[in-house]
Write a protein of this length. Structure first.
Length: 132
């Protein structure tokens, strides 16, 4: 996947069609290698950099189910929903991510990365309870 990532990063910012070139390059990699998480993650980022939350969310559907269900990916999906202005979906997805952390083995839950993610999710969910 490195060649496809490098190609997409190389065309970044090279004019008005760079976005389409980045997407096409990463799609070429996915067509050739399959739905590799590295390529899909980069593609999601490219869409987000261009404010295209709809396509970013659509790319989530291409992630393998075991990957997209991971708490970190669920948190990212919640962020995209939030960015898209879909607060209800964002809150629901943050809750799934938090439940995913609770479902982990205690040793995995206690890692610094998971503790940080839980804190982040707690803050996001706290915002979900606010009205306005």
């Amino acid at each position: 996947p490195d060649a496809y990532l490098e190609r997409a990063r190389m065309v970044q910012g090279l004019g008005p069609r760079s976005y389409q070139r980045q997407v096409r390059g990463l799609d070429d990699g996915i067509d050739t290698l399959g739905p590799i998480v590295t390529l899909l993650g980069e593609l999601i980022q490219v869409h987000l950099q261009h404010g295209d939350t709809g396509n970013a969310l659509a790319r989530f559907e291409q992630l393998p189910p075991l990957v997209s269900a991971l708490p970190g990916w669920q948190a990212k999906k919640g962020d995209i929903y939030s960015q898209a202005g879909n607060r209800a979906a964002a809150c629901e997805t943050y809750e799934k991510a938090q439940q995913g952390i609770l479902d982990l083995h205690a040793r995995r839950r206690s890692t610094p990365a998971m503790r940080d993610l839980k804190e982040y999710l707690d803050a996001r969910l706290n915002g979900c309870g606010e009205t306005g």
